[in-house]
Design a protein around this ligand. Structure first.
Ligand code: ADP
Ligand code: ZN
Length: 709
C-alpha cells in the first residue's frame, strides 16, 4: 500500500521539496486510496505535484491531458530534469518519434505521458494505451469541458467516454476556475461517481496588491522598475498599440522590454515568449493573450497599465506572478478614461448587463478603501478574517477629509455650465484654464471659473471620480459623456449635505517608504550579492542544458540558497528544489560559486571552509596549518565540519577506529549536545579534542543519514 509517507519520500527525492503545501497532501492521500478527485486550486497552488507524485507511486502509467501543446514540452522537460521518465505525444512529433513513444509505453518505461485531448481518443492512441496499464488520467484545465467555464473547448467534450474506455483508471480533474456551476458540470460531464472534491484557498499571500492613479504611468513604472533590476515582469495593456508604445517608452528609458500581441507574426510572438521564458528579455508589454501558454514560475511582477474588464481576468493575470511562492508585486493603474472605454465595450458586447455588472465590481475593487485582498477573495466566495497586510490599503491606510467644499465647487461649476461639460472640461473651468475651447464656449464667463485653482488637474480628476462613485454625478454616455448632477448631488449643492473624500496622495509621497531608500544591512547585502552570483550560474546551466532558468531552480529556491549559502555536498542536497537528479547535474556548479563567495566575503565559518578547500586541492594538513599559521588540530577540526556534511576527508587517517568507537559511545551515552570538555573528561585515556570533534562530526553525519535531526 502506498501511503502519504511514501509520497513525502518521492517529493523529497524526485522534486527536492521537504513538505507538501496545504491541500496537496490530503488530495494525494485520497488519490492513493483509490478515489476519483476534482481539485480546484488557484494558479501557482501546486496542482502538478498532486498527480505527478501519485503517478510515480501507482502501478502503471499516468496519462496527463493538457490542452496546450506548447506547454507539454516544458512540463516534460521539467520532469526529465528531475530524472523522471515522462514523454508527450501530440501532433508536433514526427512519426518516428511517435513510434518511439509507443514502444516505450508498451515496455512500461514511462511514468507519465502527456496527451492532448484530441489525440487521446483517436483510434490508434486508444489502441496503444489499452495495451498497457493506465493508472490514472489527470485532466488539467478541466473547466475546458464545461460550456459554463470561460474557456470551453470542443475537444474536451470527448473526454466523456474516458471512464467507459478505461474503467480501471482513476480520474483526477484539476482546474483553477472556481465557480460552482462549472465545478458541478465537470463532475457530470466526466461521469464521475461520488468524486472527492477539494477546493483550495484562492488566496495568494505572496502577491502584493496595489492600485495607482492612471496618471503619469510611465513615471510610476520607471520608479517601480528601478528597484527591480533584472526581474521578470509582464505589463498588460488594453490595446495592441498600447503594448508597442509602452515597450518603446521603456526601451528609451533603458529597460529591456519587448511587446506581444495577437497581430504579430507567429515567429515574432514565439520569439518574444521564448526570450521571456529564458530570461533573455526582462519585460513583456502584452495584451491579455500573453501568459496562457507559459509556465514561467519566476515572474516577479505584473502591472496592469489599463483597467481589466472584470475581476476573473484580473485575478488570472496577476496570478501569473510569483508562482514559485516567492514575493511578487502587482500594480493596477486605474483611470477614468479606461472606465469609460470599457463601458463602451461592455455596452456593445452581446451581454451588456452582465459585462457592466462585472466592470462595476472591478471598479469597486480599484476604488477600495478597505483591504483589497478581502474584496478580491470575497468575489470568489472566500472570506479573510484579518486584513492582509500586503496590499496598498493595509500598508498606507487612506486618510479621509471633509470634502464638502470641493464637491460644492465641482457641482456648482457643472450646474452653471448647464451640465454641458464632461470631466476634462469641468476641470479646465474649475482650474481657470486658458484653453481655446474654454473661451470659445464662453465658459470663462461663469462665476465659478477658476474657483478650484488651488488643486492640481490630477487631484480634481481623483476627487471627481470619487464623487461619481458616491453618486453625486453620473455620466451621460448618450450625450458625449457629460456629467449630470444626480438627486444626491443636488442635496450637496443646495442643502449643504456633507461629503467625505479620501485625501489625494500623489505617487511620490507613497514612495518614501520604499525599500530603495532604506540602507541594506550587511546581511541583506550579502544575500543579494550571493543571489546575483547564483543567478548567473543558473543562467549558464540553463543554457548548457537547453532549459529555462526557472527549470534549473525556481527564484524561491534560489533565494533560500542565497540566504543559507550551503558550502558542503549534503547541505546542498538539502536545498529546496534540489532533487537527486538536479543535484547530480547542478550541485557542483552551485557549490563552487558559493564556496568562492564565502571565502572572499569572510562569511560564517569560511575559515573552516578554506581549510577544507585547500585540503581538497591536494595539500596535506601540515602544509595547510603552516600556510595559514594555524595549529594542526585546528585544521583537523575544520575538516571535521566538512566530514559532518558528507565530504570525503580520509577520515580513517585522522582518527583510529577504536578511538572513534569510544567517542561515539560516549556521545551516545551523554548526548550530542554535551560540551566537548565534558566529553573529554568522560572518555579520558589519551583522547584529544580533535578526536571528539571528529567523533561528533561522524555522529551527526550518521544521525542525518538515518533521518533523525
Ligand atoms: P499550478 O499548476 O497549480 O499553477 P504548479 O504545479 O505549476 O502550480 O506549481 C507552482 C510552483 O510551485 C512550481 O514551481 C512547483 O514546483 C512549486 N511547488 C509545488 N508544490 C511545492 C511544494 N510542496 N514545495 C515547494 N514548491 C512546490
Ligand atoms: Zn490588505
Amino acid at each position: 500500500m502506498n501511503t502519504t509517507n511514501d509520497a513525502l519520500k518521492v517529493l523529497k527525492e524526485k522534486f527536492g521539496y521537504h513538505s507538501f503545501w496545504p491541500n496537496q497532501e490530503s488530495v494525494i492521500g485520497t488519490i492513493l486510496e483509490g478515489h476519483n478527485v476534482v481539485v480546484i486550486m488557484p494558479t501557482g497552488g501546486g496542482k502538478s505535484i498532486i498527480y505527478q507524485v501519485p503517478a510515480l507511486l501507482m502501478e502503471g502509467m499516468a496519462v496527463v491531458i493538457s490542452p496546450l501543446i506548447s506547454l507539454m514540452k516544458d512540463q516534460v522537460d521539467a520532469l526529465r530534469a528531475n530524472g523522471i521518465s515522462a514523454a508527450f505525444y501530440n501532433s508536433m512529433l514526427t512519426s518516428g518519434e511517435k513510434q518511439e513513444i509507443i514502444d516505450q509505453v508498451a515496455k512500461g518505461a514511462l511514468d507519465l505521458l502527456y496527451l492532448s485531448p484530441e489525440t487521446l481518443l483517436m483510434e490508434h492512441t486508444l489502441h496503444f494505451l489499452k495495451r498497457t496499464k493506465v493508472s490514472m488520467f489527470a485532466i488539467d484545465e478541466a473547466h475546458c469541458i464545461s460550456m459554463w467555464g470561460h474557456d470551453f473547448r470542443e475537444e474536451y467534450t470527448q473526454l466523456k467516454s474516458l471512464s467507459k474506455h478505461f474503467p480501471g483508471a482513476q480520474i483526477v480533474a484539476l482546474t483553477a476556475t472556481a465557480d460552482r456551476v462549472t465545478r458541478e458540470d465537470i463532475i457530470q460531464q466526466l461521469g464521475l461517481v461520488d468524486p472527492k472534491v477539494f477546493v483550495a484557498s484562492f488566496d495568494r499571500p505572496n502577491l502584493s496588491l496595489a492600485v495607482l492613479p492612471g496618471q503619469r504611468r510611465i513615471d510610476a513604472i520607471y520608479r517601480f522598475l528601478q528597484e527591480r533590476k533584472g526581474q521578470s515582469g509582464i505589463i498588460y495593456c488594453l490595446s495592441r498599440k498600447g503594448t508597442e508604445e509602452v515597450a518603446e517608452r521603456l526601451q528609451e528609458l533603458g529597460f529591456d522590454a519587448t511587446h506581444y500581441h495577437a497581430k504579430m507574426s507567429r515567429a515574432d510572438r514565439d520569439k518574444a515568449q521564448d526570450d521571456f521564458i529564458h530570461d533573455r528579455v526582462q519585460i513583456v508589454c502584452a495584451t491579455i493573450a500573453f501568459g496562457m501558454g507559459i509556465d514561467k514560475s519566476n515572474v516577479r511582477f505584473v502591472i496592469h497599465y489599463n483597467l481589466p474588464k472584470n475581476i476573473e481576468g484580473y485575478y488570472q493575470e496577476i496570478g501569473r506572478a510569483g508562482r514559485d511562492g516567492a514575493p511578487a508585486d502587482t500594480v493596477l493603474f486605474y483611470s477614468f478614461r479606461d472606465v469609460m472605454l470599457l463601458k463602451t465595450f461592455a455596452m456593445d458586447s452581446g451581454q451588456p448587463e452582465i459585462q457592466l455588472a462585472k466592470l462595476e465590481r472591478m471598479q469597486q475593487y480599484a476604488e477600495a478603501q478597505t483591504c483589497r485582498r478581502k474584496i478580491l477573495l470575497s468575489y470568489f466566495n472566500e472570506y479573510l478574517e484579518e486584513d492582509c497586510g500586503n496590499c496598498d490599503i493595509c500598508k498606507h491606510p487612506p486618510t479621509r477629509m471633509d470634502g464638502t467644499i470641493i464637491a460644492q465647487k465641482a457641482l456648482s461649476a457643472s450646474y452653471r455650465l448647464r451640465q454641458n461639460a464632461a470631466v476634462g472640461m469641468l476641470i479646465d473651468v474649475l482650474r481657470g484654464s486658458h484653453k481655446r475651447e474654454v473661451y470659445e464656449k464662453g465658459f470663462d464667463k461663469i462665476k465659478t471659473f477658476g474657483a478650484g485653482r488651488d488643486l492640481g488637474y490630477y487631484e480634481w480628476q481623483q476627487y471627481l471620480l470619487q464623487m461619481l462613485h458616491q453618486g453625486l454625478f453620473e455620466i451621460d454616455y448618450k450625450d458625449h459623456r457629460k456629467l449630470k448632477i444626480t438627486e444626491l448631488g443636488h442635496k450637496v449643492l443646495f442643502d449643504k449635505k456633507p461629503v467625505s473624500l479620501v485625501k489625494y496622495q500623489p505617487f511620490e509621497v507613497k514612495k518614501k517608504a520604499a525599500p530603495r531608500e532604506k540602507k541594506l544591512t550587511k546581511k541583506e547585502r550579502m544575500r543579494n550579492d550571493m543571489y546575483f552570483a547564483l543567478d548567473k550560474v543558473r543562467t549558464r546551466l540553463a543554457d548548457e542544458h537547453a532549459i529555462p532558468p526557472y527549470a534549473v531552480l525556481s527564484d524561491a529556491n534560489l533565494q533560500v540558497m542565497a540566504e543559507v549559502r550551503p558550502a558542503y555536498v549534503d547541505q546542498m542536497r538539502e536545498m529546496p528544489g534540489m532533487s537527486a537528479a538536479k543535484y547530480e547535474k547542478f550541485g557542483n556548479a552551485f557549490l563552487e560559486v558559493i564556496r568562492a563567495f564565502k571565502v572572499e566575503h569572510k562569511d560564517r565559518r569560511s575559515s573552516q571552509l578554506l581549510s577544507f578547500m585547500e585540503y581538497k586541492s591536494g595539500k596535506t594538513i601540515e602544509e595547510i596549518a603552516e600556510e595559514r599559521g594555524l595549529a594542526v588540530q585546528t585544521i583537523i577540526s575544520h575538516l571535521a565540519l566538512a566530514h559532518e556534511w558528507g565530504e570525503e576527508v580520509h577520515f580513517a587517517e585522522l582518527i583510529r577506529p577504536e578511538m572513534l568507537e569510544r567517542v561515539l559511545e560516549a556521545i551516545e551515552r551523554e548526548g550530542v549536545d554535551t560540551p566537548v570538555g565534558a566529553l573529554a573528561s568522560e572518555i579520558k585515556n589519551g583522547v584529544a579534542y580533535t578526536d571528539i570533534y571528529l567523533g561528533l562530526a561522524e555522529y551527526k553525519r550518521r544521525l542525518r543519514i538515518s533521518g533523525g535531526e
